[in-house]
Ligand binder design. Structure first.
Ligand code: ADP
Ligand code: MG
Length: 418
């Protein structure tokens, strides 16, 4: 059985609830920033119009391990899974030694063909939890076609890269269908045989309407960041896509946050789903959380400037609320001598990719982003996530700060509270 692998319980609440050093604690709640239609700025998913009361106590969690850590012991080793040998070898080549908890529990079920809802904290290997059994499915039957739908282009590209690493030399092909990128190349790639399509809703719909993708051929669909895919911005697209697919199919949903308000949609889209949650608390235990109180009359950017002067902040992802605000903030940081990149919906695809690459490759220490970067991105060694503007919902908070503290790494999250 999956045992709790940690004991560093949340320290917010009575004993641990205090603000950062010298800043004083802050009680109270607040409505998250209004959406103003510019959230993330990616196509199709624009304005969810969702805000909710946020309790700032949730943003504080001093990581303190008080008891001996119990190490997670998976029920399975990769060897035990009923998957073909060269896939096992590919997993070893990727450097994975043991399955993570979500992989341990979901891979056998997905291999059996079940519909499944998988919930696990950010950075705990959900991608491979569905890629491994689905690659096996394709290796067993080369005619299988799998569709993976995600909210942002960057995430689609990342998953496609991950798939390509697993399937090197297996003659498994994928097409990454995302907006912003030239459609011509996708159109020509779709002429050849493929087993996986990984895409964002807008471009997928376009290609379906042009009759370049035939939904009835897909017997497997994954919604990664599923709660986002099923919220107001995307749900109608998802409905259209699912309707075009065979009724007899395997449907998989994964996210770090799936609230009960999507239960009816789960019933609508999935058949007798198995639900697996390996979450033991809202936020990964590896992320230390704190707030900085912005006193009236102080300049937020000066506080950020001071913070960034600290050498401990080696790789920093800063979230702002609007595309305009993010652009302005990154320009201001550059004026102040910091090397910063930015990504948001007003930037074109190639400039977004370029900014991400600079940050990933450590050519830039700072990336300023809208929530377009909040979901799913796996960037190695982000030391700090800073919420310069407050997120709109608690779940948005969870995903934003989940860009740090991935796998076994430690990370810090700092939220500016006004
Ligand atoms: P999630 O989707 O849960 O946020 P990811 O799938 O992006 O997490 O995985 C986070 C990181 O952990 C990635 O860099 C991935 O390659 C790595 N990873 C996944 N599974 C394993 C494993 N079994 N052993 C070691 N590293 C893993
Ligand atoms: Mg993920």
């Amino acid at each position: 059985m999956f045992k709790k692998s940690f004991s560093g319980a949340r320290k917010s609440g009575s004993s641990g609830f205090r603000g950062g050093a010298g800043r004083g604690g802050y009680h109270g709640s607040f409505r998250g920033g209004s959406r103003g239609g510019s959230r993330g700025g990616f196509r199709g998913g624009g304005n969810r119009g969702k805000t909710e009361a946020i309790n700032f106590a949730r943003f504080i969690n001093k990581v303190q391990v008080t008891e001996e850590i119990e190490v997670f012991k998976p029920e399975h080793q990769f060897q035990d899974f009923k998957i073909v040998e060269n896939l096992k070898q590919a997993i070893i080549n990727k450097g994975y030694v043991l399955p993570t908890p979500i992989q341990d529990r979901t891979i056998p079920q997905i291999l059996l063909g079940s519909d499944l809802v998988g919930v696990a904290n950010t950075g705990t290997g959900k991608t491979a939890a569905y890629l491994i059994p689905l690659i096996n499915k394709v290796l067993m039957n080369r005619k299988e076609e799998v569709m993976i739908i995600v909210p942002t282009r960057e995430l689609a590209i990342q998953i496609d890269d991950e798939l390509k690493k697993f399937t090197k030399d297996m003659k498994i092909y994928s097409v990454c269908c995302v907006g912003g990128a030239p459609i011509g190349r996708q159109l020509s790639e779709l002429r050849y045989e493929y087993n996986f399509i990984i895409g964002t809703p807008g471009r997928l719909k376009d290609l379906i309407e042009r009759k370049r993708i035939f939904l009835n051929e897909f017997k497997t669909i994954v919604l990664d960041e599923a709660d986002r895919m099923l919220d107001m911005g995307f749900v109608n697209d998802m409905r259209t896509i699912m309707k075009g697919m065979p009724k007899e199919r395997q449907t998989l949903l994964f996210s770090a946050t799936i609230a009960s308000d999507v239960d009816t949609l789960i019933k609508e889209f999935l058949t007798n789903p198995i639900r697996i949650s390996v979450k033991t608390q809202d936020v990964s235990k590896n992320i230390e959380q704190d707030v900085i109180r912005v006193e009236r009359g102080t300049n937020k950017i000066d506080l950020l400037h001071d913070l960034l002067n600290n050498k401990e902040l080696t790789k920093v992802l800063i979230f702002g609320r609007t595309k305009h605000g993010v652009e302005k903030l990154s320009n201001e940081l550059m004026k102040r001598g910091f090397k910063a990149e930015s990504i948001h919906g007003d930037k074109n695809h190639s400039r977004r990719q370029q900014a991400l690459r600079m940050f990933k490759d450590n050519h830039s220490r700072i990336l300023v982003a809208t929530d377009v970067a909040a979901r799913g991105l796996d960037i190695a060694d982000i030391s700090h996530v800073i919420n310069y503007d407050i997120p709109a919902t608690n779940d948005d908070y969870v995903h934003r700060i989940g860009r740090t503290g991935r796998g076994d790494k430690k990370g810090k999250a700092i939220t500016f509270v006004e």
